[in-house]
Design a protein around this ligand. Structure first.
Ligand SMILES: CC(C)(COP(=O)(O)OP(=O)(O)OC[C@H]1O[C@@H](n2cnc3c(N)ncnc32)[C@H](O)[C@@H]1OP(=O)(O)O)[C@@H](O)C(=O)NCCC(=O)NCCS
Length: 165
């Protein structure tokens, strides 16, 4: 496998991002989707990120999108210092430091646009994601008990956040 680049999302990566999102969603374990939203709404999501400067980066291997990380700034004026983070990596590209690279670049971009607080939700049984988030500075803020239901199983949702000072 060649070097994997971390790049800001752009129009040419939208379909690849959509495919990666769909693959990880269909694992039915990690995300709040069980399949990707339709391509057109994914396109709108990405275009909105690009137009409004919400940080979104993709990991690209041989031209293929193999992971992503985005931080969406909240809309209301009183919450606009906050952003919500989401990320995912294709199964065969996990556990080799890519998540750490992606999240670090995306947090740096959030800092650069003046965000003060980054939030995320992670399923309580997602040990690997929680470990990554703690390593880069997220702390536990709460637990939404049984907030997720997948395939008949209730899962607690861990609320984490980091402050950028
Ligand atoms: C979660 C995810 C983004 C992490 O990315 P990754 O590339 O697999 O993780 P990395 O290889 O960068 O590992 C990050 C760190 O966590 C550590 N880590 C990984 N699994 C761990 C575990 N079970 N216990 C403790 N630490 C662990 C790694 O050692 C690494 O630390 P280091 O940088 O000090 O060596 C990726 O696995 C993924 O996409 N998973 C499925 C989708 C998902 O969970 N998305 C997030 C939803 S909230």
């Amino acid at each position: 496998m060649g070097a994997i680049a971390i790049e800001p999302i752009r129009e040419a990566y939208i379909e690849g991002f959509h495919q990666a999102l769909d693959t990880v969603s269909r694992e039915r374990r990690y995300l709040a989707f069980l399949e990707a939203p339709p391509l057109e709404s994914t396109r709108e999501f990405v275009r909105d990120n690009i137009t409004n400067g919400h940080p979104q980066f993709v990991a690209v291997s041989d031209g293929r999108v193999v992971g992503w990380c985005d931080i969406r700034r909240h809309e209301r004026e009183v919450h606009a210092h906050r952003g919500t983070l989401g990320m995912g990596i294709l199964p065969e590209f996990r556990d080799r430091g890519l998540g750490r690279r992606l999240i670090t670049v995306t947090i740096d971009a959030a800092r650069a646009i003046g965000l003060r607080r980054i939030e995320l939700d992670v399923h309580a049984d997602n040990v690997r994601a929680k470990a990554l988030y703690e390593k880069v500075g997220f702390v536990l803020e709460g637990v939404a008990r049984e907030a997720v239901l997948i395939d008949g199983r209730f899962i607690d949702l861990i609320k984490m956040a980091m402050l950028l000072r």
